[in-house]
Design a protein around this ligand. Structure first.
Ligand SMILES: O=C1O[C@H](COP(=O)(O)O)[C@@H](O)[C@H](O)[C@H]1O
Length: 267
């Protein structure tokens, strides 16, 4: 599989695998970025061949910087960018040109540099309220399911994205799903909203866990020492009855952690 090829090609990585979860630890963030680009390109190739499209979900934050190798000639020339459909796992309710916008971050760092069709980039409608933007995004996802662009999970009935790229905050949050927040239990909506995010800005929309966990593949990309405590909670042997959001990530398909040695320092 592309994942097997990827694993054997990363000489400096140490890898432990269970049936559905892989943990890869790299010496540096630079090596994470190199490996991540190959992982994404391989999955793009697989899904473009299998179904003629590749649905990929981005996060905001530090993840986008770790995608920088995708704009190098090797991938610019080989990836079937015109078959990509790009989504966001969460977005801040701010104008698209605002410094806090996850769309702007991805546009500046990746989307403006690769030939993805503008009509295949599904940004938030920034003219709407948080409630309105979440409803609008969910409606657009349902339309894409009806058109056959987006698959539906036979197991869960929620949309099944080909690849979801998740970051993780030092508190263990993923998307805009924060520790102890009632949204962690949302099990009906595809996309919901939050107005009291503990991390600014307070108003955001976010995919729910049933959508996240219906994914075919999830990459959890975590770099830097501040995240080491949450990585230890998620992957270490300790017992803790309160689950962090990151510990609730459990896809139908395959989960791969991409860690640098700082993030993995407490394992
Ligand atoms: O606020 C957010 O934070 C998380 C984690 O960001 P990071 O900079 O600590 O990697 C991010 O994944 C999410 O998309 C974003 O809205």
């Amino acid at each position: 599989t592309p994942e097997d090829q990827h694993g054997s090609a990363t000489a400096k990585a140490s890898m432990a695998a269970t049936a559905e979860r892989k943990v890869e630890v790299f010496d540096t963030e630079e090596e994470v970025a190199v490996s991540l680009a190959k992982y994404i390109a391989d999955l793009s190739d697989k899904f473009c061949k299998e179904r003629g499209a590749f649905t990929i979900v981005l996060s905001g934050g530090s993840l986008i910087e770790s995608l920088r190798k995708l704009v190098e000639p090797q991938y610019i020339d080989s990836v079937e960018w015109s078959k990509w459909h790009v989504f966001w796992v969460d977005e801040r309710v701010v104008p698209k040109d605002h410094k806090d916008s996850n769309y702007k971050l991805a546009y500046d760092g990746l989307l403006s540099k690769v030939p993805i069709l503008p009509g295949n980039v599904y940004a938030i409608n920034d003219a709407l309220s948080a409630e309105g933007a979440a409803d609008d995004y969910e409606t657009r996802l349902k339309h894409l399911v009806n058109c056959g662009v987006l698959a539906l999970s036979a197991a869960s009935g929620f949309p099944k994205f080909d690849l979801m790229l998740l970051g993780m905050g030092p508190d263990g949050h993923v998307a805009s799903l924060f520790p102890g927040h009632p949204l962690l239990k949302e099990n009906k909506r595809w996309v919901t909203f939050i107005k009291d995010s503990p991390k600014p800005p307070p108003e955001r929309i976010t995919f729910t866990f049933p959508v996240i966990n219906s994914s075919a593949y999830i990459a959890l990309v975590v770099t830097g020492a501040p995240q080491a405590g949450a990585v230890q909670r998620a992957l270490g042997n300790g017992q803790n009855s309160d689950k962090l959001p990151v510990q609730m990530v459990s896809p139908e398909g395959e989960l791969t952690w991409f860690l640098d040695k700082d993030a993995a320092s407490k394992l």
